[in-house]
Design a protein around this ligand. Sequence first.
Ligand code: C2E
Ligand code: MN
Length: 406
Amino acid sequence: MLTTIIYRSHLCDEVSYAMLEEMVAAATLKNGKANVTGILLFNGTHFFQLLEGPEESVVPIYDAICADPRHYNVVELLRDYGPSRRFGKVGMELFDLRDQHRDEVLQTVLDKGTSKYQLAYEDRALQFFQTFVEEGEKENYFEIPTGDAWEFISDGNAVALPITASASDADCRFAFQPLIDPFARKVVAIEALLRTPSGDSPQAWFEGLSGDALYAADLQSKKVAFAQAGALNLGALTLSVNLLPMTLVEIPDAVDFILQEIAANGLVPEQVIVEFTEREVISRLDEFTRAVKMLKGAGIRVAIDHFGAGFAGLLLLAQFQPDRIKINRDMIKDVHKSGSRQAIIHAIIKCCTSLEIQIAAVGVEKAQEWMWLESAGISQFQGYLFARPSLTGIPAVSWPEMRDNA
Ligand code: C2E
Ligand code: MN
Protein backbone atom coordinates (compact mmCIF):
# COMPACT_ATOMS: atom_id res chain seq x y z
CA MET A 1 0.00 0.00 0.00
CA LEU A 2 1.19 3.52 -0.71
CA THR A 3 2.79 4.71 2.50
CA THR A 4 4.01 8.13 3.56
CA ILE A 5 6.59 8.61 6.30
CA ILE A 6 7.72 12.01 7.55
CA TYR A 7 10.56 12.49 9.99
CA ARG A 8 12.81 15.22 11.22
CA SER A 9 16.39 14.88 12.42
CA HIS A 10 19.50 16.83 13.34
CA LEU A 11 22.56 16.88 11.09
CA CYS A 12 25.81 15.91 12.84
CA ASP A 13 28.23 18.83 13.19
CA GLU A 14 31.02 17.14 11.32
CA VAL A 15 28.99 16.68 8.12
CA SER A 16 29.76 19.35 5.50
CA TYR A 17 27.34 20.69 2.90
CA ALA A 18 29.29 18.95 0.12
CA MET A 19 28.87 15.63 1.93
CA LEU A 20 25.20 16.40 2.26
CA GLU A 21 24.81 16.88 -1.48
CA GLU A 22 26.60 13.58 -2.11
CA MET A 23 24.31 11.93 0.37
CA VAL A 24 21.23 13.23 -1.41
CA ALA A 25 22.56 12.08 -4.78
CA ALA A 26 23.15 8.57 -3.39
CA ALA A 27 19.72 8.54 -1.78
CA THR A 28 18.06 9.66 -5.02
CA LEU A 29 19.57 6.69 -6.85
CA LYS A 30 18.68 4.21 -4.13
CA ASN A 31 15.14 5.54 -3.75
CA GLY A 32 14.62 5.59 -7.51
CA LYS A 33 15.35 1.86 -7.68
CA ALA A 34 12.95 1.23 -4.81
CA ASN A 35 10.26 3.40 -6.37
CA VAL A 36 10.36 5.76 -3.40
CA THR A 37 9.92 9.48 -3.99
CA GLY A 38 9.99 12.43 -1.67
CA ILE A 39 11.03 15.84 -0.58
CA LEU A 40 13.87 16.74 1.76
CA LEU A 41 14.06 20.11 3.51
CA PHE A 42 17.17 21.35 5.31
CA ASN A 43 17.35 24.48 7.44
CA GLY A 44 21.06 24.46 8.23
CA THR A 45 20.57 22.28 11.32
CA HIS A 46 17.56 20.05 10.87
CA PHE A 47 16.29 17.77 8.16
CA PHE A 48 12.65 17.26 7.38
CA GLN A 49 11.84 14.53 4.92
CA LEU A 50 8.73 13.10 3.34
CA LEU A 51 9.08 9.64 1.81
CA GLU A 52 6.38 8.06 -0.31
CA GLY A 53 6.18 4.63 -1.91
CA PRO A 54 5.04 1.08 -1.45
CA GLU A 55 5.16 0.10 2.21
CA GLU A 56 7.61 -2.74 1.58
CA SER A 57 10.11 -0.24 0.11
CA VAL A 58 9.52 2.83 2.26
CA VAL A 59 9.84 1.07 5.61
CA PRO A 60 13.29 -0.50 5.00
CA ILE A 61 14.55 2.78 3.54
CA TYR A 62 13.32 4.64 6.59
CA ASP A 63 14.92 2.07 8.91
CA ALA A 64 18.23 2.53 7.07
CA ILE A 65 17.88 6.32 7.36
CA CYS A 66 17.34 5.97 11.13
CA ALA A 67 20.59 4.03 11.41
CA ASP A 68 22.61 6.57 9.39
CA PRO A 69 25.31 8.06 11.67
CA ARG A 70 25.37 11.37 9.81
CA HIS A 71 22.30 12.58 11.62
CA TYR A 72 20.73 11.96 15.03
CA ASN A 73 17.56 12.57 17.04
CA VAL A 74 15.46 11.12 14.24
CA VAL A 75 11.80 11.62 15.18
CA GLU A 76 9.02 10.03 13.16
CA LEU A 77 6.26 12.60 12.73
CA LEU A 78 3.81 10.83 10.47
CA ARG A 79 3.16 7.39 9.03
CA ASP A 80 0.08 7.38 6.86
CA TYR A 81 -1.53 5.55 3.98
CA GLY A 82 -3.25 6.86 0.90
CA PRO A 83 -4.39 6.12 -2.64
CA SER A 84 -1.74 8.08 -4.55
CA ARG A 85 1.56 9.88 -4.27
CA ARG A 86 1.77 13.58 -3.65
CA PHE A 87 5.17 13.89 -5.30
CA GLY A 88 5.29 11.28 -8.04
CA LYS A 89 7.93 12.72 -10.34
CA VAL A 90 10.48 14.32 -8.16
CA GLY A 91 12.63 11.33 -7.23
CA MET A 92 14.19 12.89 -4.17
CA GLU A 93 14.56 16.63 -4.12
CA LEU A 94 16.47 18.74 -1.60
CA PHE A 95 15.37 22.23 -0.65
CA ASP A 96 17.74 24.36 1.36
CA LEU A 97 15.57 26.72 3.35
CA ARG A 98 18.44 29.18 3.70
CA ASP A 99 18.31 29.88 -0.05
CA GLN A 100 14.66 30.76 -0.41
CA HIS A 101 11.96 32.71 1.31
CA ARG A 102 9.57 30.57 3.36
CA ASP A 103 6.53 31.25 1.20
CA GLU A 104 8.49 30.51 -1.93
CA VAL A 105 9.65 27.16 -0.57
CA LEU A 106 6.13 26.18 0.29
CA GLN A 107 4.86 27.22 -3.12
CA THR A 108 7.69 25.37 -4.87
CA VAL A 109 6.88 22.27 -2.87
CA LEU A 110 3.20 22.58 -3.78
CA ASP A 111 4.12 23.03 -7.43
CA LYS A 112 5.92 19.70 -7.35
CA GLY A 113 2.63 18.03 -6.53
CA THR A 114 1.53 15.33 -8.93
CA SER A 115 -1.65 14.13 -7.29
CA LYS A 116 -4.84 14.36 -9.27
CA TYR A 117 -6.20 17.00 -6.93
CA GLN A 118 -4.57 20.29 -6.09
CA LEU A 119 -2.35 19.78 -3.06
CA ALA A 120 -3.85 21.59 -0.12
CA TYR A 121 -2.77 22.21 3.40
CA GLU A 122 -5.75 20.31 4.74
CA ASP A 123 -3.54 17.33 4.13
CA ARG A 124 -1.75 16.44 7.39
CA ALA A 125 1.49 15.74 5.56
CA LEU A 126 1.55 19.20 4.01
CA GLN A 127 0.58 20.76 7.30
CA PHE A 128 3.76 19.25 8.74
CA PHE A 129 5.72 20.92 5.92
CA GLN A 130 4.23 24.25 6.73
CA THR A 131 4.97 23.89 10.43
CA PHE A 132 8.58 22.93 9.75
CA VAL A 133 9.19 25.75 7.29
CA GLU A 134 7.58 28.27 9.61
CA GLU A 135 9.53 26.85 12.56
CA GLY A 136 6.43 26.09 14.63
CA GLU A 137 6.91 23.44 17.34
CA LYS A 138 10.63 24.18 17.36
CA GLU A 139 10.57 24.49 21.14
CA ASN A 140 9.75 20.78 21.19
CA TYR A 141 12.88 19.66 19.35
CA PHE A 142 14.95 18.28 22.19
CA GLU A 143 18.57 17.82 21.27
CA ILE A 144 19.28 14.88 23.51
CA PRO A 145 22.75 13.35 23.50
CA THR A 146 23.30 9.76 22.39
CA GLY A 147 22.56 7.01 24.92
CA ASP A 148 26.21 6.39 25.74
CA ALA A 149 26.65 9.96 27.02
CA TRP A 150 25.58 8.60 30.39
CA GLU A 151 26.70 5.68 32.45
CA PHE A 152 24.59 4.18 35.16
CA ILE A 153 26.46 3.45 38.36
CA SER A 154 24.98 1.33 41.11
CA ASP A 155 24.98 2.86 44.58
CA GLY A 156 25.15 -0.63 46.09
CA ASN A 157 22.53 0.35 48.66
CA ALA A 158 20.26 -2.67 48.51
CA VAL A 159 18.14 -3.38 51.59
CA ALA A 160 17.62 -7.09 52.17
CA LEU A 161 14.31 -8.41 53.40
CA PRO A 162 14.84 -10.35 56.66
CA ILE A 163 14.46 -14.10 56.12
CA THR A 164 11.61 -14.13 58.63
CA ALA A 165 9.59 -11.74 56.44
CA SER A 166 10.22 -13.48 53.12
CA ALA A 167 9.72 -17.05 54.33
CA SER A 168 6.16 -16.48 55.48
CA ASP A 169 3.55 -19.09 54.65
CA ALA A 170 1.48 -16.55 52.69
CA ASP A 171 0.48 -17.57 49.18
CA CYS A 172 2.01 -14.46 47.66
CA ARG A 173 5.14 -12.34 47.83
CA PHE A 174 6.11 -8.87 46.71
CA ALA A 175 8.92 -7.52 44.62
CA PHE A 176 10.06 -3.98 45.34
CA GLN A 177 11.08 -1.39 42.79
CA PRO A 178 12.09 2.22 43.51
CA LEU A 179 10.59 5.28 41.84
CA ILE A 180 13.42 7.79 41.64
CA ASP A 181 14.27 11.38 40.80
CA PRO A 182 17.60 10.87 39.01
CA PHE A 183 18.80 14.50 39.00
CA ALA A 184 17.91 15.05 42.64
CA ARG A 185 19.48 11.61 43.30
CA LYS A 186 16.51 10.79 45.48
CA VAL A 187 14.29 7.76 45.92
CA VAL A 188 10.74 9.12 45.70
CA ALA A 189 8.88 5.93 46.61
CA ILE A 190 9.12 2.15 46.70
CA GLU A 191 6.47 0.18 44.81
CA ALA A 192 5.37 -3.25 46.03
CA LEU A 193 4.61 -5.53 43.06
CA LEU A 194 2.65 -8.72 43.58
CA ARG A 195 4.34 -12.07 42.85
CA THR A 196 3.46 -15.75 43.16
CA PRO A 197 5.50 -17.68 45.77
CA SER A 198 7.86 -18.70 42.96
CA GLY A 199 8.25 -15.11 41.81
CA ASP A 200 5.85 -15.15 38.85
CA SER A 201 3.92 -12.11 37.57
CA PRO A 202 0.74 -10.58 39.01
CA GLN A 203 -1.21 -12.01 36.06
CA ALA A 204 -0.02 -15.51 37.00
CA TRP A 205 -1.06 -14.93 40.59
CA PHE A 206 -4.53 -13.67 39.61
CA GLU A 207 -5.10 -16.45 37.08
CA GLY A 208 -8.19 -18.53 37.79
CA LEU A 209 -9.62 -15.92 40.14
CA SER A 210 -12.64 -13.91 39.16
CA GLY A 211 -15.38 -11.74 40.62
CA ASP A 212 -15.45 -11.27 44.37
CA ALA A 213 -12.73 -13.89 44.94
CA LEU A 214 -10.38 -11.84 42.79
CA TYR A 215 -11.07 -8.62 44.66
CA ALA A 216 -10.82 -10.33 48.06
CA ALA A 217 -7.47 -11.89 47.09
CA ASP A 218 -6.20 -8.55 45.82
CA LEU A 219 -7.05 -6.89 49.11
CA GLN A 220 -5.75 -9.75 51.31
CA SER A 221 -2.44 -9.72 49.45
CA LYS A 222 -1.83 -6.21 50.79
CA LYS A 223 -1.45 -7.76 54.26
CA VAL A 224 1.75 -9.35 52.94
CA ALA A 225 2.78 -6.18 51.11
CA PHE A 226 2.56 -4.06 54.26
CA ALA A 227 4.22 -6.77 56.39
CA GLN A 228 7.17 -7.01 54.00
CA ALA A 229 7.41 -3.23 53.72
CA GLY A 230 7.32 -2.95 57.50
CA ALA A 231 10.20 -5.43 57.74
CA LEU A 232 12.24 -3.29 55.33
CA ASN A 233 12.35 -0.38 57.78
CA LEU A 234 11.23 2.18 55.25
CA GLY A 235 11.50 5.06 57.71
CA ALA A 236 9.78 8.04 56.15
CA LEU A 237 9.99 6.59 52.64
CA THR A 238 6.77 6.43 50.62
CA LEU A 239 5.32 3.01 49.79
CA SER A 240 3.15 2.39 46.71
CA VAL A 241 0.77 -0.55 46.48
CA ASN A 242 -1.49 -1.49 43.58
CA LEU A 243 -5.19 -2.26 43.81
CA LEU A 244 -7.87 -3.01 41.27
CA PRO A 245 -10.32 -0.12 41.47
CA MET A 246 -13.23 -2.52 41.94
CA THR A 247 -11.54 -4.04 44.99
CA LEU A 248 -12.33 -0.82 46.82
CA VAL A 249 -15.89 -0.76 45.51
CA GLU A 250 -16.78 -4.43 45.91
CA ILE A 251 -15.20 -5.30 49.25
CA PRO A 252 -16.98 -3.70 52.19
CA ASP A 253 -14.58 -2.18 54.70
CA ALA A 254 -11.64 -2.41 52.29
CA VAL A 255 -10.38 0.97 53.45
CA ASP A 256 -10.55 -0.10 57.11
CA PHE A 257 -8.63 -3.27 56.30
CA ILE A 258 -5.89 -1.26 54.59
CA LEU A 259 -5.65 1.20 57.47
CA GLN A 260 -5.46 -1.63 59.99
CA GLU A 261 -2.64 -3.39 58.11
CA ILE A 262 -0.74 -0.14 57.71
CA ALA A 263 -0.86 0.45 61.46
CA ALA A 264 -0.12 -3.19 62.34
CA ASN A 265 3.21 -2.95 60.51
CA GLY A 266 4.45 0.30 61.95
CA LEU A 267 3.64 2.38 58.88
CA VAL A 268 1.53 5.54 58.68
CA PRO A 269 -1.23 6.29 56.10
CA GLU A 270 0.56 9.48 54.99
CA GLN A 271 3.45 7.45 53.62
CA VAL A 272 1.24 5.15 51.54
CA ILE A 273 0.07 5.66 47.96
CA VAL A 274 -2.54 3.39 46.41
CA GLU A 275 -2.18 3.02 42.65
CA PHE A 276 -5.18 2.17 40.47
CA THR A 277 -5.18 1.19 36.85
CA GLU A 278 -7.95 3.09 35.15
CA ARG A 279 -9.13 0.14 33.10
CA GLU A 280 -12.24 -0.85 35.01
CA VAL A 281 -13.10 2.28 36.87
CA ILE A 282 -15.47 4.05 34.57
CA SER A 283 -18.44 1.69 34.92
CA ARG A 284 -18.96 2.62 38.56
CA LEU A 285 -17.14 5.87 38.79
CA ASP A 286 -19.33 7.37 41.50
CA GLU A 287 -18.79 4.47 43.90
CA PHE A 288 -15.12 4.48 43.12
CA THR A 289 -14.86 8.21 43.76
CA ARG A 290 -16.57 7.69 47.14
CA ALA A 291 -14.08 5.00 48.13
CA VAL A 292 -11.19 7.23 47.11
CA LYS A 293 -12.63 9.97 49.30
CA MET A 294 -12.37 7.62 52.27
CA LEU A 295 -8.76 6.76 51.47
CA LYS A 296 -7.89 10.43 51.16
CA GLY A 297 -9.76 11.24 54.34
CA ALA A 298 -7.54 8.75 56.13
CA GLY A 299 -4.37 10.41 54.76
CA ILE A 300 -3.55 7.92 52.00
CA ARG A 301 -2.53 9.36 48.63
CA VAL A 302 -3.81 8.04 45.31
CA ALA A 303 -2.17 7.54 41.92
CA ILE A 304 -3.57 6.54 38.54
CA ASP A 305 -1.43 3.85 36.97
CA HIS A 306 -1.06 3.15 33.23
CA PHE A 307 -2.50 6.58 32.57
CA GLY A 308 -3.93 6.86 29.09
CA ALA A 309 -3.94 3.12 28.46
CA GLY A 310 -7.47 2.34 29.59
CA PHE A 311 -10.99 3.42 28.87
CA ALA A 312 -11.46 6.21 31.34
CA GLY A 313 -8.49 8.40 30.53
CA LEU A 314 -9.25 12.06 30.49
CA LEU A 315 -12.79 11.58 31.74
CA LEU A 316 -11.44 10.00 34.91
CA LEU A 317 -9.16 12.96 35.40
CA ALA A 318 -12.10 15.33 34.95
CA GLN A 319 -13.98 13.53 37.71
CA PHE A 320 -11.23 13.24 40.27
CA GLN A 321 -7.62 14.36 40.48
CA PRO A 322 -5.06 11.96 41.93
CA ASP A 323 -1.83 13.01 43.61
CA ARG A 324 0.20 11.36 40.88
CA ILE A 325 -0.30 9.80 37.48
CA LYS A 326 2.01 7.13 36.13
CA ILE A 327 2.59 6.74 32.42
CA ASN A 328 3.69 3.23 31.61
CA ARG A 329 5.93 1.60 29.08
CA ASP A 330 3.31 1.29 26.32
CA MET A 331 3.30 5.06 26.05
CA ILE A 332 6.95 5.90 26.65
CA LYS A 333 8.62 3.12 24.65
CA ASP A 334 11.02 4.79 22.19
CA VAL A 335 9.43 8.16 22.91
CA HIS A 336 12.62 9.86 21.68
CA LYS A 337 11.83 8.57 18.18
CA SER A 338 8.08 9.05 18.05
CA GLY A 339 6.36 12.34 17.27
CA SER A 340 2.95 11.05 18.30
CA ARG A 341 4.12 9.80 21.72
CA GLN A 342 5.94 13.09 22.25
CA ALA A 343 2.83 15.12 21.45
CA ILE A 344 0.68 13.05 23.81
CA ILE A 345 3.20 13.27 26.64
CA HIS A 346 3.53 17.04 26.20
CA ALA A 347 -0.25 17.26 26.52
CA ILE A 348 -0.32 15.04 29.64
CA ILE A 349 2.42 17.15 31.22
CA LYS A 350 0.61 20.38 30.45
CA CYS A 351 -2.63 19.07 31.89
CA CYS A 352 -1.03 17.65 35.04
CA THR A 353 1.01 20.79 35.58
CA SER A 354 -2.17 22.88 35.51
CA LEU A 355 -3.72 20.51 38.03
CA GLU A 356 -0.55 20.22 40.20
CA ILE A 357 -0.51 16.45 39.73
CA GLN A 358 2.89 14.75 39.85
CA ILE A 359 3.87 12.67 36.82
CA ALA A 360 6.01 9.56 36.82
CA ALA A 361 7.22 7.50 33.87
CA VAL A 362 7.30 3.74 34.45
CA GLY A 363 9.12 1.11 32.40
CA VAL A 364 12.06 3.26 31.35
CA GLU A 365 14.63 0.98 29.73
CA LYS A 366 16.72 3.27 27.54
CA ALA A 367 18.85 6.27 28.43
CA GLN A 368 17.33 8.21 25.51
CA GLU A 369 13.80 7.60 26.73
CA TRP A 370 14.77 8.95 30.12
CA MET A 371 16.60 11.96 28.64
CA TRP A 372 13.73 12.87 26.37
CA LEU A 373 11.25 12.66 29.24
CA GLU A 374 13.50 14.77 31.51
CA SER A 375 13.77 17.38 28.76
CA ALA A 376 9.98 17.42 28.47
CA GLY A 377 9.67 18.10 32.19
CA ILE A 378 9.18 14.73 33.90
CA SER A 379 11.44 14.12 36.89
CA GLN A 380 10.19 10.86 38.42
CA PHE A 381 11.16 7.54 36.87
CA GLN A 382 10.86 3.84 37.46
CA GLY A 383 12.41 1.23 35.21
CA TYR A 384 15.02 -1.39 34.49
CA LEU A 385 17.40 1.42 33.48
CA PHE A 386 17.68 2.40 37.15
CA ALA A 387 16.57 -0.67 39.12
CA ARG A 388 14.68 -3.89 38.37
CA PRO A 389 12.05 -5.08 40.82
CA SER A 390 13.67 -7.25 43.47
CA LEU A 391 12.14 -10.16 45.36
CA THR A 392 14.75 -10.00 48.09
CA GLY A 393 14.10 -6.45 49.26
CA ILE A 394 14.81 -2.95 47.98
CA PRO A 395 17.28 -3.11 45.11
CA ALA A 396 20.30 -0.85 44.69
CA VAL A 397 19.76 2.04 42.26
CA SER A 398 21.96 2.76 39.24
CA TRP A 399 22.21 6.55 39.04
CA PRO A 400 23.12 8.31 35.80
CA GLU A 401 26.51 9.99 35.59
CA MET A 402 27.54 12.06 32.58
CA ARG A 403 30.63 10.52 30.95
CA ASP A 404 33.66 12.82 30.93
CA ASN A 405 34.10 12.77 27.17
CA ALA A 406 30.43 13.54 26.43
P1 C2E B 1 2.55 -1.34 37.31
O1 C2E B 1 1.92 -0.96 38.61
O2 C2E B 1 2.65 -0.30 36.25
O3 C2E B 1 3.97 -1.89 37.69
C1 C2E B 1 5.08 -1.73 36.89
C2 C2E B 1 5.28 -2.96 36.05
O4 C2E B 1 6.25 -2.68 35.08
C3 C2E B 1 5.80 -4.14 36.84
O5 C2E B 1 5.33 -5.32 36.19
C4 C2E B 1 7.29 -4.02 36.66
O6 C2E B 1 7.96 -5.25 36.81
C5 C2E B 1 7.34 -3.57 35.23
N1 C2E B 1 8.54 -2.81 34.92
C6 C2E B 1 9.22 -1.96 35.70
N2 C2E B 1 10.23 -1.41 35.05
C7 C2E B 1 10.18 -1.93 33.81
C8 C2E B 1 10.97 -1.74 32.62
O7 C2E B 1 11.93 -0.97 32.58
N3 C2E B 1 10.62 -2.45 31.52
C9 C2E B 1 9.56 -3.30 31.51
N4 C2E B 1 9.29 -3.97 30.38
N5 C2E B 1 8.79 -3.50 32.59
C10 C2E B 1 9.10 -2.81 33.73
P2 C2E B 1 4.60 -6.43 37.04
O8 C2E B 1 5.21 -6.55 38.37
O9 C2E B 1 4.49 -7.62 36.14
O10 C2E B 1 3.19 -5.80 37.27
C11 C2E B 1 2.31 -5.57 36.20
C12 C2E B 1 1.09 -4.86 36.70
O11 C2E B 1 0.35 -5.68 37.58
C13 C2E B 1 1.42 -3.63 37.53
O12 C2E B 1 1.76 -2.58 36.69
C14 C2E B 1 0.13 -3.44 38.27
O13 C2E B 1 -0.81 -2.75 37.47
C15 C2E B 1 -0.33 -4.86 38.48
N6 C2E B 1 -0.07 -5.24 39.87
C16 C2E B 1 1.12 -5.42 40.50
N7 C2E B 1 0.91 -5.71 41.80
C17 C2E B 1 -0.42 -5.70 42.00
C18 C2E B 1 -1.26 -5.87 43.12
O14 C2E B 1 -0.83 -6.09 44.27
N8 C2E B 1 -2.61 -5.77 42.94
C19 C2E B 1 -3.14 -5.49 41.71
N9 C2E B 1 -4.43 -5.40 41.60
N10 C2E B 1 -2.38 -5.29 40.64
C20 C2E B 1 -1.05 -5.40 40.78
MN1 MN C 1 1.79 0.50 39.88
